[in-house]
Design a protein around this ligand. Sequence first.
Ligand code: ZN
Ligand code: ZN
Length: 347
Amino acid sequence: MTDSGVDVTLLSVGADLPYFTGYEAMASERLTVLVVTPASGPVMFIPQLEAPRVTANHVEVRAWDELEDPVDLAASLANSPGRIAVGVHMWSLFLTRFQKRWTGADWVPASTLTSPMRLLKDAEEIDLMRRAAHAVDRVMDMIPDGLQFSGRSEAQVARNLAELTVAEGHDEAAFTIVASGPNGASPHHHPGDRVMGEGDLVVCDFGGRLGGYYSDSTRTFVVGTPSHHQLEVHAAVAAANEAGRSAVAPGVPCQEIDRAARAVIDQAGFGEFFIHRTGHGIGLEVHEHPYMVEGNDQILQRSMTFSVEPGIYMPDELGVRIEDIVVCTDEGPDSLNRASRELTTVA
Ligand code: ZN
Ligand code: ZN
């Protein structure tokens, strides 16, 4: 904060607060806010009714009762600050009131301070992410022999995958995409009542949370026997995934990971159908810095964690995506996901 000229940092809902304190604020009309000033040290204001369950490290906790105004209490800790960093998820309901209290201040997103810290994972964080990734891998491994696709809806299979995600060791399932046939062309398709059958490609992209940290992996399966065209598209994505992961090393700009994966898909003639960036950082949030995208010249460093997930999306026809979570190490890429990347048949 001192280096950045920030006089006050406000953290509320979102991942920054648990990163520093171990406590995750409930998104609510009752304000929870950590106020950090160089003078007073960190003070977290919480609604009194939450007090029985709040344990937070490294901060002083002050409960406010239903008749007090938490914005007034929090704002009293700093007199006309010049620059204020505010957590990117703070509700405008509270932010606009803070802005009335501290007029004329320069407001910046707290991510300018917290992102460089959260980018680099320590051994404990990577261990949680590895355990989460392996849990997803075990579910992926079960799919070919354990789950029936043909004659069932995407939503039914999605429910099974979410249950297995928890059964294999996550605290909770976070998201489940099952996108079959033409629905596969929508990268974030919401699983619905489409009933799957012979010849469908099915994109399965799911993850959960373990100790606060996320898993996120994708494999694409085929119901029955794949066509030559489906095999060709899948092979291009698998090669792009491999090229993207292989390009990972300390000192490499993020955009080079995107370029490495995209070049393979371009060369196979499917470039116009790869409609998103190659990857996103992951940790306490499913999507966080660093992003593997053209134009991002941020340099990869040891202990950064992110996805490599190229895909091909052909409208009204099919989609294929293969996604792994990778740790950048001194030796190069360490893929936390190890499940088969072949186009595997499901029943
Ligand atoms: Zn995913
Ligand atoms: Zn992802």
